[in-house]
Design a protein around this ligand. Structure first.
Ligand code: HEM
Length: 115
């Protein structure tokens, strides 16, 4: 059976920008339990977070502001970053999980108008 024939819509390997434009892109008959149910951050079903769309737009706006105003560079520790399950997935450094969340990046103000 091909991956795309499974009961879930698993077609990440296919170039299809329309997936973001079609609100009901989920394959008919497939599982649809709620927004980002695979991430389990907004819950699902009847108790799904009613603010999830607003929260996602807020995060998108926040990311656009960050990327517009700052530049992010790797540090030597970048290869040691590991995902750790807390309430959400957080980055930690291999062998230093007792220090909690760490994401060692070099951050500078973005150079405006230079390309
Ligand atoms: C990243 C941000 C957010 C996360 C991770 C989140 C997560 C959740 C989760 C997991 C639930 C289900 C709780 C349960 O099972 O009882 C929930 C419920 C709810 N959320 Fe959010 N939420 C977020 C942002 C928001 C925002 C921005 C609003 C309002 C503008 C909002 C309004 C609500 C309401 C009213 C409920 C109760 C829904 C109900 O029980 O009928 N949330 N949220």
């Amino acid at each position: 059976m091909k991956v795309s024939e499974s009961h879930l819509l698993i077609d990440a390997h296919t170039f299809n920008p329309y997936r973001w434009l079609e609100p009901n892109h989920v394959k008919k008959g497939g599982a649809s339990l709620g927004p980002f149910v695979n991430l389990a951050i907004f819950s699902a079903g009847v108790r799904v977070c009613v603010g999830w769309r607003f929260a996602v737009v807020e995060l998108q706006a926040f990311i656009v502001e960050l990327l517009s105003n700052f530049e992010f560079f790797k540090t030597p520790q970048i290869d040691k970053i590991r995902p750790e399950m807390a309430i959400a997935v957080v980055p930690t450094i291999e062998g230093e999980s007792e220090k909690g969340t760490q994401l060692p990046l070099k951050v500078t103000f973005a150079r405006k108008g230079e390309e």
